[in-house]
Write a protein that binds this ligand. Structure first.
Ligand code: NDP
Length: 283
């Protein structure tokens, strides 16, 4: 079997075209969806992520603001800015690019974002709402993964789903969404015994552990759907996922590539969350 490639660039393009139309409809009613992105420090990867987010907003016809601070900024300056953005009617979504420098209490910063503008979905109130099955904002990466299933017509009911990784931004919300779609979910992590025992049972396997080409063909059930969230840089500078694409694509039914899979969907779902926030506000 040669796997069907789930093309994140193509799906992202289709979704973004729809968002642009919806943003134009909102603008005609006097509201432009607006996203504010706060960046602290000069980390090159974070700078690229923030630039991509701001550019994606411009292409979709959204308003965006990029607010940058040097890495030694006083945390109170950021808290004051968040309070200002929380009250700003032109801003529907706020995100603080992580990681923050060590002198910041990241949890306190995330809590200072108004839950109604928390487009990353990391505020405890939004995490709780997701857990209870009535999410306001779904964290962007797992939200994007769910879009792949919907777009490819993959019915998750009763499927064995295995998630590798239990982070707050990917693994845990991913597991919750799969559970809500009525899959039977197993979450694996660094202390899991006999990982391959679990992965070989998976009809749907989501790899989000941050280890280059960790998942090999012998760990995958033939005919499985494999979603590769990982982004790893190889010594030659090239990007690769957590899945050995060459081997696994020969036996899986469907697979996301890296790059060009989950990555483009993450920013797309940030646009989705910002747009949904603006639409909710307009009513
Ligand atoms: P974290 O480092 O926060 O979490 C990694 C998880 O993987 C942890 O739960 C860890 O277990 C688990 N893990 C690590 N090693 C193993 C192992 N050998 N066996 C089983 N489990 C293991 O990473 P993130 O969740 O933030 O990100 C995961 C990957 O996804 C990274 O490559 C990241 O770059 C990428 N990413 C991609 C995005 C995209 O848009 N495509 C967006 C966000 C992330 P434990 O909890 O026990 O330590």
């Amino acid at each position: 079997m040669t796997a069907r490639i789930l093309d994140g660039n193509a799906l992202a393009q289709r979704l973004r075209a729809d968002f642009k139309t919806r943003a134009e409809a909102l603008a005609a009613r006097g509201t432009r969806p607006g996203l504010a992105v706060i960046l602290v420090g000069e980390d090159p990867a974070s700078q690229v992520y923030v630039r991509n987010k701001v550019n994606a907003c411009a292409q979709a016809g959204f308003h965006s603001e990029r607010i940058s601070y040097p890495r030694d900024v006083e945390p109170q300056v950021v808290f004051d800015k968040l309070a200002e953005l929380n009250a700003d009617p032109a801003i529907h979504g706020i995100l603080v690019q992580l990681p923050l420098p060590k002198h910041f209490d990241s949890d306190a910063v995330l809590k200072a974002i108004a839950p109604a503008k928390d487009v990353d979905g990391f505020h405890a109130e939004n995490v709780g709402a997701l857990m209870q099955g009535h999410p306001r904002f779904i964290p962007c990466t797992p939200y994007g993964v769910m879009k792949f299933f919907a777009d490819a017509g993959i019915d998750l009911r009763g499927k064995e789903a295995v998630v590798l990784g239990r982070s707050n931004i990917v693994g845990k919300p991913m597991a919750m969404l799969l559970l809500q779609a009525s899959a039977t979910v197993t979450v694996c992590h660094s202390q899991t015994r006999d990982l391959a025992f679990h992965t070989r049972r998976a009809d749907v396997l989501v790899a989000a552990l941050g280890k280059a080409r960790f998942v090999t063909a012998d760990m995958v059930k033939p005919g499985a759907v494999v979603i590769d969230v990982g982004i790893n840089r190889l010594p030659d500078g090239k990007l690769c996922g957590d899945v050995d694409f060459a081997g696994v694509s020969a036996i899986a039914a469907a697979i996301t590539p890296v790059p060009g899979g989950v990555g483009p969907m993450t920013i797309t779902m940030l646009l989705a969350n910002t747009l949904e926030a603006a639409e909710r506000e307009v009513g």
